[in-house]
Design a protein around this ligand. Sequence first.
Ligand SMILES: [Zn+2]
Length: 235
Amino acid sequence: MATELTWLGHATFRLDTEAGTRVYVDPFLNGNPKCPENERSPERCDLVVLTHGHGDHLGDTVDIAKRFDCPVVAPVELRDWLTAAHDLPEANDQSPNKGGTVSFAGVRLTLTDANHSSSNWQDGKIVYTGEPTGVVVRQDGGPSVYFAGDTNVFGDMALIRRLYAPDVAVLPIGDHFTMGPEEAALAAELLGAPRVVPCHYGTFGLLTGTPDALRPLLPAGVELIDPAPGETLTL
Ligand SMILES: [Zn+2]
């Protein structure tokens, strides 16, 4: 079986590994206007990965984790907050920080840097949920997939290239809260991934970046793959 990546709108992805492990990345399903109706209630999930604590990334995580009793890997403060505020089981093996790698069901997850912020709401107050991150997802015999999370472009993406040689880079392009197409093109150059999948655009009116604006800016040889929400790519 090949690795399959399904875009569920915004920054939400489902990744099915060669071995059949199903991973949700930032599962914002309900409340996500671009999530297909038939994708709002997952039929199974083996692992959830979160890049940061904002509501458009945390999404349905708590419901999914409780329904499928699956691990939720998240930056340490966010993971601890999910235990404290949402009764997820305490699990130190699910709470790495940047540079750390954890493995579940044959999937290796490495948290990377990201330039953004990370918070959520509790009892009417905003709470800090640690540093925002990106994540590199790797598996034996499968592609290296880098999810940038929410970020601007930063020079150390060159280190992500050197360390993890992503085959696919999933980049936000919507502008306003993250980088737009101009910065995403430079990110693609620094990352050196032969394929780029855009996300975090078109969900809300403020997110104006488009794949069509990014395409002509990309370095030669980089393929832009822009699935429709609900569409599955074979990696
Ligand atoms: Zn976001």
